[in-house]
Design a binder for this molecule. Structure first.
Ligand code: FES
Length: 501
């Protein structure tokens, strides 16, 4: 809601929801925040609320949300464990709870609300499993009246990578369709009375990022609400769905939709020219906020390179488990005063930094303006905020994702990294499912080696490759190895082996 948007002035809600920012909106009993990404945790808005309004958050292994809230003077957040009920008034049947993702690599959670016999499941950005969703139905005693589903990716890959146009669109299509399919599968099993795809999307109003906006050309990884609903209507024609814009409302009894008159002249399907015109006018209104984001991130002070080195070396003390799974060189090509080419050698057993880098092989390369990187090094900005700001370009060789590298950077927190290690250590690779590939019966590990999605629900097999729709990791069904990311292999064996045992 706040005019400054999120992620270094890069993301703004689409369409513009600022007409809702009235005293009425701020007259609330309670605030629930799903996770600490700043497109969900609106610190400016919360800072303006009366101190007695409770702020309810899920418990995660790291306390970053509590620390961020404390920094704006909210010292008493209500921290809920998974499935713990927070009472809403005096009726014991009125409550809300939070459902964090199973794997602690991502700190995301759905929010489940039951009030006056009605129920809403809002998945936010969380990829909750079918089993978790079924438990949520059991908690509310039946079907959901309304289920909000996130159908857009929120990622810097592939949009900021140095791919040619065709490759970028090929990868974008895989990610977009993968996300759509995963939600479709979930809905086919769950069948809420009404589904609301919200799909984001963010919009990018800074001149440097403007052409990344969805709707200016086909494809991309940021579909809008209308595209998501059209996909669902085609695949699940029996499933009632609704596309809501900011200020629209739904009655949970008869599911009547009340449209905000603000949108009478607006349409998501108005076409490319109208979308561009709308975004340009919106960008003009947000110009002061974008200039403020630049001003808040000035050119780096003296000693930038040495501070960068110290920062990475301190990251190297957080988790041997992560270092062993990273084992790569990340090159930073930093422009502006005090910049240079810096190589961070991360793992497998230590971190060291060369400030006159650029000579040897680099697995990852990031090209960026020193002012944005300095925000991370100085503690103003978190790594994931910088990456989500899209204010960089990147290349990787080989072109394989490393979740541990992103995990180390985004958490930068010993407790959070230790929780991932414990989660992965506790997985049972012996639990398998049977699939048939090319006439051959195979047993494969039931749970994705990445973040533990149930492959009976999220696995699709194409040309001898199993793709997990959780995050689109692909596994070769002859070797089990992951083809597009650094990840433990999938257990794969002929089905006859277990029959013989
Ligand atoms: S859980 Fe992430 S790709 Fe499978």
């Amino acid at each position: 809601m706040s005019p400054g948007g999120a992620f270094l002035g890069a993301w703004f809600p689409f369409p513009d929801n600022s007409h809702l920012l009235t005293p009425d909106l701020l007259d609330v009993d309670l605030v629930v925040v799903s996770h600490e990404h700043l497109d969900h945790l609106d610190l400016d808005l919360i800072a303006g609320l009366p101190a007695q309004i409770p702020v309810v958050i899920p418990r995660y292994p790291s306390t970053i949300m509590q620390r961020r809230l404390r920094a704006i003077g909210r010292t008493r957040a209500v921290v809920l464990d998974a499935w713990q009920r927070y009472p809403l008034g005096d009726d014991p049947d009125d409550w809300l709870t939070v459902i964090p993702e199973q794997c602690p690599m991502s700190h995301d959670a759905a929010v489940l609300i039951k009030v006056a016999g009605r129920s809403v499941l809002h998945t936010n950005d969380a990829r909750i499993s079918l089993a978790q969703t079924r438990r949520a139905m059991a908690e509310v005693g039946g079907e959901f009246d309304l289920m909000g589903v996130q159908m857009s990716g929120a990622s810097w890959h592939p949009v900021r990578y140095e791919y040619d146009e065709a490759e970028r669109e090929r990868i974008s299509t895989i990610k977009r369709i993968g996300k759509f399919k995963a939600v479709t599968r979930l809905l086919r099993s769950i069948q809420p009375r009404l589904v609301m795809p919200y799909a984001g999307p963010p919009c990018f109003l800074d001149d440097d990022l403007f052409e990344l906006n969805s709707g200016l050309r086909p494809g991309g990884i940021f579909p809008d609400q209308g595209e998501a609903l059209a996909w669902l209507a085609e695949r699940l024609p029996q499933q009632p769905g609704v596309c809501l814009l900011p200020g629209d409302a739904v009655g949970l009894g008869d599911l009547e939709v009340f449209r905000d008159p603000h949108w009478q002249e607006f349409s998501l399907e108005a076409g490319v020219r109208e979308r561009r015109r709308y975004l340009e006018a919106y960008a003009a209104r947000r110009r002061p906020a974008i200039e403020a984001a630049w001003a808040a991130n000035p050119l780096p002070a003296a000693g930038f390179a040495e501070r960068f080195k110290a920062h990475f070396e301190s990251l190297g003390t957080l988790s041997e488990y992560f270092l062993a799974r990273i084992g790569m060189t990340v090159r930073f090509e930093v422009s502006g005063p005090g910049g240079g080419v810096w190589d961070a050698h991360i793992g497998p057993d230590r971190v060291w930094v060369e400030l006159d880098g650029g000579e040897g092989h680099a697995d990852y390369r990031l090209v960026l303006d020193g002012r944005w990187l300095d925000g991370v090094i100085s503690g103003r900005t978190r790594w994931e905020e910088l990456l989500l700001s899209l204010r960089f370009t990147a290349r990787r060789q080989p072109d394989r994702y490393n979740d541990y590298l992103v995990g180390l950077l985004k958490h930068a927190d010993r407790a959070a990294l230790r929780a991932v290690e414990r989660f992965e250590d506790a997985r049972d690779p012996e639990e398998t499912i049977e699939i048939t590939v090319g006439g051959e019966q195979l047993q494969v590990g039931r749970f994705c080696p990445h973040a533990g999605e149930d492959l009976a629900e999220t696995g699709v097999v194409v040309n001898g490759v199993l793709r997990c729709l959780g995050h689109n990791f692909e596994f070769d069904l002859t070797t089990g190895s992951c083809l597009n990311a650094r990840c433990e292999p999938l257990v794969v064996r002929p089905a006859y082996i277990s029959e013989a045992v």
